[in-house]
Design a protein around this ligand. Structure first.
Ligand SMILES: Nc1ncnc2c1ncn2[C@@H]1O[C@H](COP(=O)(O)OP(=O)(O)OP(=O)(O)O)[C@@H](O)[C@H]1O
Length: 265
């Protein structure tokens, strides 16, 4: 049974159809990467998976339990099994790193203060941020903030990790660091993960399978090597990063050829 099973999921906002009959199954311990252009509905899909957004039709099942039919209390419990790593980390600015990472432990467990501090240290170690406990988000670089976000997401030992554009705005080296940490977390914790990204290099590094979200549908959910050579025009255009082709709804005007000097009579 898949850990996450997205079945015939559709979601529109007014006349805008964002997801149209999406099907996606993520197996235990698998790292699935979802690629897609801006505004194609990647975040909407993650929000439906977390039960934060109600689809118009279809459903998401977690270990066979349908999220959309859960009571409030059941959903609250189920969400503890999901660690969400938000775009730009979304840390609490007024709290230290330690308080940010320990927040869910304090709120959702009966752990003692000493136990919480041990777990916070353990999580910070896993993301390579040992000793940053007393710092505040304003004292951290973008890459460090993302890693604190990861540490916070794994604090409750979730079964599933969802990463929403974990490398946006980071330089190529830090992008690579973040990609490696995502792989380490997979190895160390054995979690099942879905990562949404625009970054092809980290997508190919961290994915067991890759999907491309395009006009409300998931194109080709495939192993990275198969995805790379998939002949679908949209996939190849996305991989080339080319403005010309079917990917854009409103393609740019054709580029003008440099004007030739007029021949003199
Ligand atoms: N609550 C909402 N109400 C109305 N429209 C919404 C809502 N949430 C998302 N949308 C629309 O749904 C579309 C998909 O949004 P989404 O944030 O999922 O895109 P995305 O693929 O994550 O984009 P990006 O890569 O730029 O973050 C967008 O057109 C967005 O404006």
């Amino acid at each position: 049974m898949p850990v996450i099973d997205v079945v015939n999921l559709s979601k529109s906002f007014g006349k805008l159809t964002v997801l149209s009959d999406v099907n996606l199954a993520v197996e235990e311990g698998e790292s699935l990467v979802i690629l897609g252009g801006s505004g194609t509905g990647k975040t909407v899909l993650l929000r439906c998976i977390m039960g934060l957004l109600r689809p118009d039709s279809g459903h998401v099942a977690m270990d066979g339990r349908v999220i959309q039919t859960m009571t409030r209390d059941q959903l609250f419990e189920a969400r503890k099994e999901i660690g969400m790593c938000f775009q730009m980390a979304a840390l609490f600015d007024s709290m230290t790193v330690e308080q940010n990472v320990g927040f869910a432990l304090k709120r959702h467990t009966s752990m003692t203060r000493a136990e919480i501090l041990d777990r916070v240290d353990e999580c910070l170690n896993l993301v390579g941020l040992k000793g940053t406990n007393r710092l505040r988000p304003s004292e951290l670089s973008g890459g460090m903030k993302r890693r604190v976000g990861f540490a916070r997401a794994i604090a409750l030992k979730p079964k599933i990790l969802l990463f929403d554009e974990p490398t946006t705005g980071l330089d190529p080296v830090m992008t690579d660091v973040i990609g490696r940490i995502i792989m380490d977390l997979k190895q160390e914790l054995g979690v099942t993960s879905i990562t949404i990204t625009h970054d092809l290099k980290s997508a190919f590094a961290i994915a067991d399978r890759i999907a491309l979200l395009f006009r409300g549908k998931c194109l080709a959910v495939q192993k990275p090597d198969d995805f790379r050579v998939n002949p679908h025009e949209v996939i190849q255009q996305f991989l080339r990063g080319d403005a010309d082709g079917p990917f854009l709804q409103d393609p740019p005007p054709p580029s003008k050829k440099p004007s030739q000097p007029e021949a003199r009579p």
